[in-house]
Ligand binder design. Structure first.
Ligand code: ZN
Length: 84
């Protein structure tokens, strides 16, 4: 979410809740959240997700599934937020 979208939402009285990828792998505890933006950008640009993960140094399959299976659901949740 960029700053313009955030300001539009706040102007409508909606509380901005950013739903991020879990900070660490559920299984082994390796920090992964710092890799999410790089991973997302490169995959959206058309690169192969497996190769991107290799290059980011994500080797374990428990960690790879965290990034591969994550879905940003913020835009699905926004209609259900209420002004606080
Ligand atoms: Zn892991």
């Amino acid at each position: 979410m960029d700053e313009v979208q955030r300001q539009e939402m706040e102007a409508k009285g909606l509380q901005v809740i950013v739903m991020l990828i879990p900070v660490r792998c559920f299984t082994c505890g390796t920090p992964l959240a710092d890799k999410w933006e790089k991973f997302k950008k490169r995959v959206e640009a058309g690169e192969d997700p497996g190769k991107v993960l290799d290059e980011l140094g994500v080797k374990r399959y428990c960690c790879r599934r965290m990034l591969l299976s994550h879905v940003d659901i913020i835009y699905e949740v926004i209609p259900y937020t209420r002004p606080v």
